[in-house]
Structures are given as structure tokens and as C-alpha cells.
Design a protein around this ligand. Structure first.
Ligand code: MLT
Length: 267
């Protein structure tokens, strides 16, 4: 489905009924990274997955991006879908956007699931890496990004043994436009440090991380778990950065348990 949001077209899927769970994807992917969650959870919950601006079937305008803008896109889309309050799941960049969302729209967050993400902003070295990646994608196209990102997104074992998953992740990365990839890189480089926000997060929060995640390692998740009041932390074995795809059942179980508890506590 598509909707006109903040002057651009945003693509999304909306499946099932009940407590809404909104999923925000990682860089440089799209909403189909949530297919195993949509498939398994839409019999119990209303599952909304969104192609963030610059990704998948959404528009990728050639202009500067901010993560706050992406958070605003999500809010307008949820207004159009008459969703006032939801559980939000953000993986990596999706998590960065959830921090921006929480800063502005905390009242709409019934629960937060922060997966394979981190609260710290970019270091000077990290920003320089984003700049170099933007130059590479501009010169060589999105397939160069796929080559650079695959070993960060999936474990070595997954890349060696799970060809269909590896192909899907590559196809998602290659399917984005240069304007969207570069827009994201600039937006992530400019995002504020969210560590000071952590102590102010008052909604129920579940943190999830793959034990082999090198992009946002378990130590980043432990920091969030220490600083967000009453947050829970789950470390998924045999998963790297895309824990929801590499260990889908373990990931789904954590999301279902968290959402069911929230549903019961507000019945
Ligand atoms: C992601 O998976 O969204 C990216 O690895 C995030 C980042 O580059 O910081």
C-alpha cells in the first residue's frame, strides 16, 4: 500500500488486527526484512511495516534527510491509519529513528523494542566512514553498498550456508536509490547522541541483540539496558546484526511475549 506523507509517497504493509506493532527497518534495507515477523505475528496483532523515506517502494527524494523527518513520516502515516498508540520495533537505523520518535511523540509509544541498535551518536571516525561510503555509492552504485554491508549484517555462517537469505539481503540493499542511501548516511552522521535520553524513557522496553553482532555489539545493548529504567535485555545466540532474520523464531518469541504482556496489563 502507498500513502502521500509529508510531500512524498511512503509504502507500507498493514496486516492483521489487534494491538498495533510498527516495525522500522535497518539501513540499507526495506520493509520486507520483516517478512518472518509479519507472517508469524499477524494472526495475533496488527503488523505495520514501513519503507522509510529513501528505501524500497517509498520515494527517495534527492535532498538532505534527517531521522526526525523519518519519525515525522511515521507519525503522519499512523494518523492516516487511525493508530494512536502502538508497540514499536526498530532494528539498527530503525532504532535510531525510534529515539527521534520518542523525543517528539512519547505519548504514542506503548512499548519499545530496540533491536541490534545503539544510543551513541557517530564518532568522528564513524562520520568519516559514512562520507566515504556515500562517495563509493555515488561512483559505483548500490551494489557496492551491498558488498560492504553484507558481512556487517549477517554472520559468516549465514553467508556461507543460507544462500536464499543472503540473496534477499543483497537484493534489498541493491534495490535502493543512490539518493536514499546517501540521504540516510547523512542523516545517521548528523543524528544526536541519544544516551542522555535513555534515563527518560518511561515505557516498557525490550532490548534484543544477536550475540555475534559486530555493527552494534552486545556491549551497546547492555548500556541501553543499564540506563533505560526497567528495560529487559535478550541476547540471541547464533545471530549477528539481522537477528530477526537469522534467528526468526527466537526473535518472534521475544516480541510476542513482550506484546502479550503489554496487552494484558492494559486490558
Ligand atoms: C543499520 O543496520 O541500520 C546500520 O548498520 C546502522 C549504522 O550504519 O549505524
Amino acid at each position: 500500500m502507498r500513502s502521500y506523507v509529508n510531500g512524498i509517497t511512503i509504502a507500507y504493509s498493514d496486516r492483521g488486527t489487534g494491538l498495533p506493532i510498527v516495525f522500522l527497518h535497518a539501513f540499507p534495507l526495506n520493509r520486507t526484512m520483516w517478512a518472518p515477523q509479519e507472517e508469524a505475528l499477524s494472526s495475533q496483532f496488527r503488523i505495520v511495516t514501513i519503507d522509510l523515506r529513501g528505501h524500497g517502494e517509498s520515494d527517495a527524494p534527492l535532498w538532505s534527510y534527517t531521522l526526525e523527518q523519518s519519525a515525522d513520516d511515521v507519525t503522519v502515516l499512523l494518523d492516516q491509519l487511525s493508530i494512536r498508540e502502538a508497540v514499536f520495533v526498530g532494528l539498527s537505523m530503525g532504532g535510531y529513528i525510534l529515539f527521534a520518535f520518542y523525543r517528539k511523540y512519547a505519548a504514542r509509544v506503548k512499548g519499545l523494542i530496540l533491536a541490534d541498535t545503539k544510543a551513541q551518536g557517530d564518532t568522528a571516525e564513524g562520520k568519516e566512514g559514512r562520507f566515504q561510503m556515500a562517495q563509493t555509492v555515488y561512483k559505483k552504485g548500490p551494489s557496492a553498498i551491498a558488498d560492504m554491508m553484507l558481512p556487517k549484517l549477517l554472520s559468516h555462517t549465514t553467508i556461507q550456508t543460507n544462500l536464499s537469505l543472503t540473496r534477499h539481503v543483497r537484493a534489498m540493499s541493491e534495490g535502493n536509490q543512490i539518493s536514499g542511501i546517501v540521504g540516510d548516511l547523512m542523516a545517521m552522521a548528523e543524528r544526536p547522541d541519544s544516551v542522555p535520553l535513555l534515563g527518560q524513557i518511561t515505557c516498557p522496553t525490550q532490548i534484543i541483540v544477536g550475540e555475534l553482532d559486530q555493527a552494534t555489539p552486545p556491549s551497546d545493548s547492555k548500556l541501553m539496558a543499564e540506563l533505560i529504567p526497567h528495560a529487559r535485555l535478550a541476547v540471541i545466540p547464533n545471530a549477528a546484526h539481522l537477528a530477526n532474520l537469522e534467528q526468526r523464531e527466537a526473535f518472534n518469541d521475544i516480541v510476542v511475549t513482550f506484546a502479550q504482556e503489554l496487552n494484558i496489563s492494559t486490558d
